[in-house]
Write a protein that binds this ligand. Structure first.
Ligand SMILES: Nc1ncnc2c1ncn2[C@@H]1O[C@H](COP(=O)(O)OP(=O)(O)OP(=O)(O)O)[C@@H](O)[C@H]1O
Ligand SMILES: [Mg+2]
Length: 603
């Protein structure tokens, strides 16, 4: 497992993290009030040692410096030396602390849940509007983990880590002030010992954690030796290498033993250290306090409060580094999230298009050159020019990797060509709104992937406003109505993850129905019949022919029988058009690529 990377806190990091406050802003009232309650609950908690001192110490009034002298003495109307009053005051203090805590937790939860909801929605909106190039460069798994895990981590931080961090800082500050008021001298003695020991304890703890990890790694290593040799037991036996495997495993196991012994030693030392130093230093402070009490320099009730405040400081300080590390980690994940939010997006309408362009369907490609950003040195499309008239059927053939699917991606404006331009109805693609332009095209892709809903939902994806009748009509046109009606649940049949519960040919017909429903001016079929048996192929082909009627269509095919009647056949090789013409013309070319292909296929 990869170790969570440490993020250095730099200026840029904070800048990115601070853009996050944009999401908190709408809920700043809840945040501020929550903060006030956090302060109140932390402060009320700090009264506890003082009251305990009163309760246990119960001393006679003294003119020595007392914390009560610093706080306006309310004893004219509230006699804290009276035990029952003191108990009532304690109940009131704890009661209010409980109530404050409730509101703090509620308000923090409220603003966190809302801010993260906004963040999730915005991040998803930006991700889904990102150009395909972005997805070529980023792993989907990583992106989903950003939106789920990183945000979850933020939730933790905002809900608890931040609050605890602030509370501990308040605890340290208030305790120190109280300690100082009670006895400046003892306060300095305490400051000289307890925090230092607490910090050393934390560093020590980290060190032990690190060697614990080494032990884990060593034991994982020994497990992998075990697994390897048993999985490859045939190999081991065939080579008579048992002795070698035994030696290998022995070595790994001995290493685990050595590492474990090292950690046992350090852990023992650590516990000894904690008991000796941490408690020792507290005992030392208490001893000093006792000396002062005996000398009449401090009143006993303050002494008890003093001990409690000292314990508070000790625990608070030792928790700070861990909390700080958690905050650091969260700032790191916020930074990564913000990188998503700052990403480029396509200029999309993000709504149902009310007034479609209704293109005539003339498509012109002028000297298109293209290479993928991830492989800039490999020119996938080299100077391709094409003229497709409205209603024509153009076929694209060529060997695997020749750039056919890439060309269709360029047509759909998934990528921008490096040079040259694509015209629709004589106007450059850039002159149209991207969403409106894509709304005029439909693709039946090489690999149909459906959404994990019902068949009906999947067909309706082509036109979200379609009625039930229109959906059925489209399915009939796609030769899909038959098989859909045979399912017990009909159109409400679930297709499973990515459409896994449908056969290849069924998926393709659902995709065709979807395209019919979209009613595009331009149609792209990327090997829509590639993996079908002849009967399904016939059904699909029939549906496709119906779909292509009256539309400009670009058909990519390996099987030449399906494109024989195309208006023009373009032969692509290594991103270049090497031949183009009608079937009858192309088969005449001596040694032609198309002729060779058809000879192989029709032989
Ligand atoms: N997303 C991508 N990033 C980088 N290179 C890519 C990408 N997609 C395709 N390519 C490369 O571009 C070239 C053309 O691929 P394309 O998918 O257009 O071929 P094709 O003609 O459709 O092949 P097939 O008949 O096998 O579907 C190939 O060399 C391929 O490796
Ligand atoms: Mg392809």
């Amino acid at each position: 497992m990869a170790r969570p990377e440490r993020v250095k806190l730099e200026k840029g990091t904070f800048k990115k993290a601070s853009t996050f406050f944009r999401f908190i802003k709408p809920y700043r009232l809840a945040f501020t009030v929550g903060m006030i309650f956090l302060f109140l609950s932390s402060l009320t908690a700090m009264i506890f040692p003082y009251l305990m001192g009163k309760l246990i110490g119960k001393a006679t009034p003294s003119d020595l410096p007392s914390i009560t002298n610093a706080i306006p003495e309310p004893s004219q109307w509230l006699d804290l030396n009276d035990t029952s009053t003191l108990i009532i005051v304690m109940m009131v203090v704890f009661g209010s602390q409980a109530i404050f805590s409730f509101f703090r937790i509620y308000l923090f939860g409220y603003f966190t849940a809302n801010a993260l909801k906004d963040l999730r929605v915005e991040a998803f909106g930006i991700l889904i509007s990102s150009p395909l190039n972005f997805f070529n460069k980023n792993k989907v798994g990583e992106l989903t983990s950003r939106i789920s895990n990183d945000i979850e981590q933020l939730k933790d931080t905002l809900n608890t880590v931040l609050a605890t961090f602030i509370r501990q800082i308040i605890t340290v500050l208030v305790s120190l002030i109280a300690l100082f008021i009670m006895s400046p001298r003892l306060c300095f003695i305490m400051l000289g010992v307890v925090p230092i020991v607490a910090i050393v304890a934390v560093i020590f703890g980290r060190f032990i954690k690190r060697i614990a990890k080494e032990t884990q790694d060593a034991s994982a290593e020994s497990n992998s030796v075990l697994e390897e040799s048993l999985m490859g037991i045939n190999n081991v036996k065939a080579f008579a290498n048992e002795f070698f495997e035994i030696l290998r495993y022995k070595k790994a196991v001995f290493e685990v033993r050595d590492k474990t012994m090292r950690i046992v030693l350090w852990r023992g030392l650590f516990v000894t250290f904690i008991i000796f130093c941490m408690f020792g230093s507290i005992v030392f402070v208490i001893w000093q306090g006792k000396l002062m009490v005996d000398a009449g320099e401090m009143i006993p009730e303050n002494f008890i409060s003093f001990i409690l405040y000292t314990l508070f400081v000790g625990t608070a300080i030792s928790s700070l580094p861990e909390l700080y590390a958690k905050l650091q980690k969260s700032i790191g994940s916020t930074e990564k999230l913000m990188t998503i939010l700052e990403g480029d997006t396509e200029n999309l309408a993000l709504e149902v298009i009310e007034n479609p362009l209704n293109l005539i369907g003339d498509v012109t490609l002028e000297n298109i050159q293209f290479s993928y950003e991830t492989r800039p040195d490999m020119e996938v499309i080299k100077n391709v020019s094409l003229e497709i008239k409205s209603g024509q059927q153009i076929a694209l053939v060529g060997s695997s990797g020749s750039g056919k699917s890439t060309l269709s991606a360029l047509l759909l404006q998934f990528y921008k060509p490096n040079s040259g331009q694509i015209l629709f109805d004589g106007k450059p693609a850039g002159d149209y709104e991207l969403s409106e332009l894509r709304n005029e095209m439909a693709i039946v892709p090489q690999e149909v992937i459906l959404f994990g809903g019902t068949i009906k939902e999947n067909i309706a994806y082509g036109n979200l406003k379609a009625s039930e009748d229109e959906i059925i009509e489209a399915s009939k046109g796609a030769n899909a109505h038959g098989f859909i009606s045979e399912f017990p649940d009909g159109y409400d049949t679930y297709v499973g993850d990515r459409g896994i519960q449908l056969s290849g040919g069924q998926k393709q017909r659902v995709a065709i129905a979807r395209a019919i429903l979209k009613n595009p001016s331009i149609l792209i079929l990327d090997e829509a019949t590639s993996s079908l048996d002849s009967e399904s192929e016939m059904l699909v082909q029939e549906a496709l022919d119906r779909l292509m009627k009256g539309r400009t269509s670009l058909v990519i095919a390996h099987r030449l029988s399906t494109i024989k009647n195309s208006d023009t056949i373009i032969v692509l090789e290594n991103g270049e058009v090497v031949e183009s013409g009608k079937h009858d013309e192309l088969v005449e070319i001596e040694n032609g690529v198309y002729r060779n292909l058809s000879e192989i296929q029709y032989r």
